[in-house]
Design a protein around this ligand. Structure first.
Ligand code: FEO
Length: 395
């Protein structure tokens, strides 16, 4: 366990999940993930911070055995989601004297999810501390990172922030700490886009709340630990607070090549206007990549053919996702085609109420584009450039 030792008496005891390729049967996991849990031994008491996914229970039990852990006094549950709480019933079976600590909302959720006795729980207030003897845990309520019940746990003496989902990355690695910053930056940004971005405004408040803490190590419950916390704190500040960039994200699908032709023409026209474009074919794209692109984009242009009077179902799915993720995008337009009619634009426009965007006139054409249609796409490109200039994104 020497390689999993953070400090004397503080160990990472979670599990690496190399093989999963979908989280919640929804989110692609190109690099697997991990479910980190931490054992903190004080001079008088021992605490386990978070558990692991139920499928990985045996790994956690093995790690605790390797440390000869015969008694756990407290199980801190920062977040009730099952990838961190799934092993709780088995851990309580093995360590029946342990008390479970979490927010009051967390307690309700755990009682809903597991058949655990009510008197096992101790609810903790925001800012409350717990002495382990020579070590002190402080609980920081941080709602909506990722569910309403979430909290973080701060080990005061060693200045370690156990942040659970917050600052996490879906990355299976045997490295305890970040070694390849480029790889972790991409994985953490993907994680932010998929899990944290919908709660951006409350996340900003939670980040402000953390400013008063000296943090030497951030220990999330997915991915490697940050021995240089400013790396991930600065990335989050940028993702949450910076204004969008001079980028158009263009998710599209094409059935017979017409919409693709329009997309390719528009991409060239946007590039000529000095705009960076990120194009995603929804027939094959990894939605995590699309999520990453949405973190910084100022504009979305959706490309769709008309299918039975409405948008293509893959486009419907992407629009639903973008609406749920609530990126800081400012402008939106739609391009596409139809054979005899339809309400593709109206249907899509109704699907994005969460996006506080200005709609730039869509270009939806009958059949294959002719020269007037290409002119309309040129006009759309210059219209988007004008909007980006107004925001100061193009000099
Ligand atoms: Fe890693 Fe929201 O669970």
């Amino acid at each position: 366990m020497e390689k999993r030792k953070i400090k004397e008496g503080i160990y990472s005891v979670g599990a690496i999940d190399w093989d999963s390729r979908l989280f919640d049967n929804l989110i692609p996991l190109p690099d697997g993930t991990s479910y980190n849990a931490f054992l903190v031994q004080g001079s008088e008491k021992t605490a386990l911070i978070d558990t692991v996914d139920v499928e990985m229970t045996e790994v956690l039990l093995k790690r605790l055995d390797q440390l000869n852990c015969i008694k756990i006094d407290y199980i801190i549950i920062n977040h009730a989601e099952q990838d961190h709480s799934g092993a709780l019933p088995k851990i309580l079976e093995k360590y029946p004297e342990a008390k479970v600590l979490g927010t009051s909302k967390c307690k309700t959720m755990l009682l809903d999810l597991f058949l655990v006795e009510d008197d096992k729980f101790i609810t903790v207030a925001d800012g409350e501390t717990l002495s382990l003897g020579n070590r002190t845990l402080e609980f920081i309520h941080a709602p909506w990172v990722h569910w309403p019940e979430t909290m973080l746990t701060y080990l005061q003496e060693e200045e370690i922030l156990f942040s659970c989902d917050l600052f996490g990355s879906h990355l299976a690695t045997t490295d305890l700490y970040v070694t390849d910053e480029g790889q972790v930056y991409e994985a953490a940004k993907r994680y932010y886009a998929e899990i944290m971005m919908p709660f951006r405004s409350i996340l900003k408040k939670n980040l402000e709340k953390l400013q008063k803490y000296n943090v030497s190590i951030i220990a999330p419950s997915h991915g490697p630990l940050y021995p240089k916390p400013e790396f991930i704190l600065e990335a989050y500040k940028d993702w949450v607070e910076s204004k969008p960039e001079n980028i158009v994200v263009l998710p599209y699908i094409s059935m017979h090549g017409t919409t693709r032709n329009m997309v390719e023409y528009l991409v060239d026209a946007l590039v000529d206007q000095g705009i960076t474009v990120k194009q995603f074919d929804l027939a094959a794209t990894d939605i995590g990549k699309l999520g990453i692109a949405l973190v910084d984009a100022a504009t979305i242009v959706i490309g769709s053919p008309t299918v039975m009077t409405g948008p293509h179902p893959n486009v419907v799915s992407a629009a639903y996702l973008a609406n749920a993720l609530r990126p800081k995008v400012k402008f939106l337009s739609i391009i596409g085609s139809y054979g005899w009619g339809g309400k593709m634009v109206e249907t899509l426009a109704q699907m994005i109420p969460n996006l506080k965007v200005e709609i730039i006139d869509p270009v939806v054409i009958k059949g294959f584009p002719d020269k007037d249609d290409y002119k309309a796409l040129d006009k759309l490109a210059s219209g988007i450039a004008d909007k980006h200039k107004e925001l100061g994104l193009i000099q």
